[in-house]
Design a protein around this ligand. Structure first.
Ligand SMILES: Cc1ncc(COP(=O)(O)O)c(C=O)c1O
Length: 168
């Protein structure tokens, strides 16, 4: 097998592959600054006093081609709403990626369910081959056959964010 000379890693004193620094995050467009200030200056900063929240939902639903959209304050709240909308609650288990932000599994607890951590693959995304092993036999026995497993449609490219498999 051909070998290639590997340079010393930067951490060991080698040359850095990138030395210009990284951009700050998050970044906002100037137009966003103005929109936010316009809302603040209008004094109508509540969902029910100002129109922007509802306008956003309408535009978002249209863009997605769906009937309704619900806006929430952040990603954590969105996960909470998603699990609740799916009817996840006490007695359910939510199989979560073991490599993510805390909200990815905390949303299960918020819904009253139990998060079960599943290993990720070398791509750092949840490994679909390991999901079955995360379904505990206790749970398997205790669930009524009529209650079917609800599976969210996931591709291996979209698993970093959230719970992937919900069994009830
Ligand atoms: C993978 C993942 N899920 C959920 C969240 C929660 O998003 P938010 O901070 O908007 O509540 C984050 C935030 O960084 C995240 O990285």
């Amino acid at each position: 097998m051909a070998t290639k000379k590997v340079e010393k890693l930067a951490i060991d004193g080698g040359k850095k592959v990138w030395s210009k620094g990284f951009p700050a995050w998050p970044q906002f467009d100037k137009k966003t600054d103005k929109k936010v200030l316009d809302i603040l200056h209008s004094g109508k900063v509540n969902y029910w006093t100002g129109p922007v929240g509802m306008q956003f939902e309408e535009a978002w639903a249209k863009w997605l081609g769906v009937k309704n959209a619900v806006s929430v304050s952040n990603g954590t709240a969105a996960l909470h709403v998603a699990l609740t909308a799916l009817g996840v609650g006490a007695g359910d288990e939510v199989i979560c990626t073991s490599y993510s932000f805390i909200a990815s599994s905390f949303c299960a607890l918020q819904a009253g369910a139990l998060p079960v951590f599943c290993d990720v693959g070398t791509d750092h995304l949840l490994d679909p081959k390991k999901i079955e092993a995360c379904i505990t036999s206790t749970r398997r026995r205790s669930r009524r056959a009529s209650r079917r497993a609800r599976r969210r449609s996931w591709s291996s490219t979209s698993t970093a964010w959230s719970p992937t498999w919900i069994r009830s």
